[in-house]
Design a protein around this ligand. Sequence first.
Ligand SMILES: Nc1ncnc2c1ncn2[C@@H]1O[C@H](COP(=O)(O)OP(=O)(O)OP(=O)(O)O)[C@@H](O)[C@H]1O
Ligand SMILES: [Mg+2]
Length: 250
Amino acid sequence: MIEIDGVHKSFGALRVLRGVSLKVAPGEVAVVLGPSGSGKSTLLRTINHLEKVDAGTVAVDGELVGYRRSGDVLHELPEREILRQRTKIGFVFQNFNLFPHLTVRENVAEAPLSAQRRPKAEVAETVNRLLLRVGLSDKADAYPGTLSGGQRQRVAIARALALDPKVVLFDEPTSALDPELVGEVLDVMRDLAKSGTTMVVVTHEIGFAREAADTVVFLDEGLVVEQGPPDQVIDHPQHERTRAFISRVL
Ligand SMILES: Nc1ncnc2c1ncn2[C@@H]1O[C@H](COP(=O)(O)OP(=O)(O)OP(=O)(O)O)[C@@H](O)[C@H]1O
Ligand SMILES: [Mg+2]
């Protein structure tokens, strides 16, 4: 479902991704671990072309993201094509990014109405179903400012699911939350993982990685140091850098 192949990305002289490859099969969950500055967010952002890569390719659902190939040359796609591709990729950020002037229901309905121009009645049904799924049916008409952080993040997850994406990317979805609110968000994510959603999750929640991940990827200084099933990477890491990192976050 996701195929990242030899991706390089620099900001000026800073080499942030130095040849990262990663495959995520349909229905799989990949958890990306790594120290601050190792390139985790940048890697996620390359998956939906929020960040242009300098070399390498990203494909989602069998389609190159951001480019079309002609012979050996890649041509960047026009903006409207990139926007179409992004509808296949849900993104959940650390800081929710909800529209403060829209209700919960309107936040979730926004993309299907404006980006996909789906009929109102059908979107209303989708929104109800998604709010039920994240346990927020009773907050449909509330404004984000009146919600707890955990509730806001669950709205953000419902919004990311509203376009029925092929994959959902999470960038530290619980790290801005008070500790007692982390569990309710992880519960929703576990539920998504179980129901076969293809996910890439950047998180420091090792418990979640152990339970929900098919693959754990340890990124350090822009390189994949180690990847494999959780019991291998978390419990029996092969590399000293992985070991040191895991022991710090456990
Ligand atoms: N737009 C940008 N311009 C310049 N430098 C950037 C930009 N985005 C990221 N960087 C730098 O790239 C490096 C990797 O950043 P990135 O956000 O991917 O790290 P991260 O692993 O997500 O870290 P954290 O755990 O702190 O979120 C950092 O040194 C960061 O300062
Ligand atoms: Mg980050």
